[in-house]
Write a protein that binds this ligand. Structure first.
Ligand code: THU
Length: 134
């Protein structure tokens, strides 16, 4: 299994742990860090629907919590979508906070028809990247 396949299968395995009792739409995400480590996340819904957090943002938060410095790739998988699942707008913004310039997102559905797209294409004209960090 190559790195891309490993990342997709980590996202697929994670998706089975999604907490999605309201939408019944399970999502798993796997972040590949610049040091080769894979961190996963799932969507976690809430009975107050707006508090739901997507799998991609949970995977990023998990990765940062474990010391990840930069994202090389993110795989997204839903067993409940035949079509490849791209990240929502909020997740695109959060991914760009940590993504390396050549980072890619791999969108997957159950049809095994993965689509790989550079973060720079998924989220063009990104703003405030040079905002001073303290
Ligand atoms: N969801 C994700 O986790 N990632 C996406 O890219 C799209 C949507 C979740 C949020 C919610 O729990 C469910 O999928 C239906 O929108």
């Amino acid at each position: 299994m190559n790195n891309k396949e490993k990342l997709i299968s980590a996202a697929a395995e994670a998706a089975l742990k999604a907490y999605a009792p309201y939408s019944r739409f399970r999502v798993g995400a796997a972040v590949l860090a610049d040091d080769g480590t894979i961190y996963t996340g799932v969507n976690v819904e809430n009975r107050s629907y707006g508090l739901t957090i997507c799998a991609e943002r949970n995977a990023i938060a998990h990765a940062v919590s474990m010391g990840m410095k930069a994202v090389k790739a993110v795989a997204i998988y839903s067993p409940d979508s035949k079509e490849p699942l791209p990240p929502c707008g909020a997740c695109r913004q959060v991914i760009t906070e940590f993504s390396a310039p050549d980072a890619v997102v791999i969108c997957c559905g159950s049809n095994e028809n993965a689509v790989e797209i550079p973060v720079s294409e998924l989220y063009p004209m990104d703003s405030l990247h040079n905002l001073k960090k303290f």
